[in-house]
Design a binder for this molecule. Structure first.
Ligand SMILES: NC(=O)C1=CN([C@@H]2O[C@H](COP(=O)(O)OP(=O)(O)OC[C@H]3O[C@@H](n4cnc5c(N)ncnc54)[C@H](OP(=O)(O)O)[C@@H]3O)[C@@H](O)[C@H]2O)C=CC1
Ligand SMILES: CC(C)(CO)C(=O)C(=O)O
Length: 316
């Protein structure tokens, strides 16, 4: 059947339509990623728990607003092409209402969270068959006020290689976020966890910024914590060794000293901590393999005590 010029133009318009992206969580990572995606011309909806007026990101001393659509009620959203889940790991289940409304047959859910088991956490919360892409986040960013994010350094996402990784890279091309497909995702996820295992607990417990790792004794303590965890990582199938420990210590030494960690920011703001998904994940895996992790176990006990206090404070 011959197409009218009008009908023929419909597919062209559809092809030109920007991808629809929903970002769940308007914190440091969600706010930063949503802003970059919007500035690159994507159709971005920010799905928030706490009401928000607007979004702006500070980077290199400059502040720029991002005109994203902000929604507080899952009933007001419909399926999108991509969902970027950026809540803390402990809040994943609370995002189920958003996930159920945002996922259609073509939707891909990228889980931008620290820790391990990103995919396993989300699969039970989305319609059966929904594609889920676990995503390792190399970004250092801080929520400095509601809807205000300070970007400290780095803009990289590591994902398991394959067709979903290629689609994700194509989606984010032009945003400034670099997507790296990796062949061995187990190693990638543990390598990233390594960057968190000393920095997050120690900055949060001490309430000090990354500059604290310039102290040789703090660096030595970090090395011991990471050596314990390396044995666990290897037992879990990750190809982790002394070179990864050295790389992590280098990262701490060269990070902007006024940067922090997502766990430090939570402690300073009186929010619950993500410790069960970082140090807790190592301690639980160690138990499964019969490996002793006394230093990580001690940190976990201390973090649990701080977290209890923070949760009690929020209920007062
Ligand atoms: N910050 C960083 O530099 C880095 C963080 N990461 C990881 O990225 C993930 C996100 O961290 P980060 O951005 O720092 O965390 P934030 O605490 O800054 O942001 C999390 C956001 O999720 C929101 N949220 C929680 N539950 C829901 C829900 N049910 N519906 C909608 N929104 C919800 C929170 O809302 P509310 O405003 O109400 O608290 C908050 O805005 C974590 O796993 C973290 O470890 C990884 C690399 C670096
Ligand atoms: C510390 C950092 C930026 C990675 O090194 C991080 O992942 C976090 O803040 O949770």
């Amino acid at each position: 059947m011959a197409q009218t010029p009008q009908a023929a133009s419909v597919p062209d318009r559809a092809a030109a339509a920007p991808a629809r992206v929903a970002v769940i969580g308007a914190g440091a990572i969600g706010g930063y990623v949503a802003a970059l995606a919007r500035w690159a011309g994507l159709d971005v909806t920010l799905c928030v728990r706490s009401p928000l007026r607007d979004l702006a990101v500070e980077s290199g001393g400059e502040v720029r607003a991002a005109a994203v659509r902000i929604v507080t009620d899952p009933a007001r959203v419909t399926p999108v092409d991509w969902v970027l889940l950026t809540t803390k790991a402990q809040d994943t289940a609370s995002a189920e209402g958003w996930l159920r409304r945002l996922c259609g047959p073509e939707t891909v859910v990228a889980v931008l969270q620290n820790g391990i088991d990103q995919e396993e956490r989300v699969v039970p919360l989305v319609p059966r068959g929904t594609a889920v892409l676990p995503t390792v986040v190399y970004i250092s960013a801080e929520r400095i006020a509601p809807g205000r994010v300070r970007h400290h350094v780095a803009s990289e996402l590591h994902v398991p290689e394959g067709p979903l990784a290629d689609r994700f890279a194509a989606l984010l091309a032009g945003t400034g976020l670099r997507v790296h497909p990796v062949p061995d995702f187990t190693t990638a996820v543990w390598r990233k966890l390594f960057t968190n295992l000393a920095a997050n607990p120690l900055t949060a417990l001490l309430q000090q910024r990354i500059g604290v790792f310039a102290d040789p004794e703090m660096a030595a303590l970090s090395r011991d914590l990471l050596r314990e965890a390396a044995a666990v990582a290897r037992a879990e199938g990750a190809d982790i060794g002394e070179a990864d420990i050295a790389r992590t210590l280098e990262l701490y030494a060269h990070a902007p000293p006024d940067g922090g960690s997502s766990m430090l920011y939570d402690r300073l703001a009186g929010r619950p901590l993500e410790h069960e998904y970082l140090t807790g994940a190592v301690v639980r895996a160690a138990e499964r393999h019969g490996i002793e992790t006394p230093l990580n176990r001690m940190l976990l006990v201390l973090l649990r005590a701080v977290d209890r206090d923070l949760r009690a404070g929020r209920q007062e």
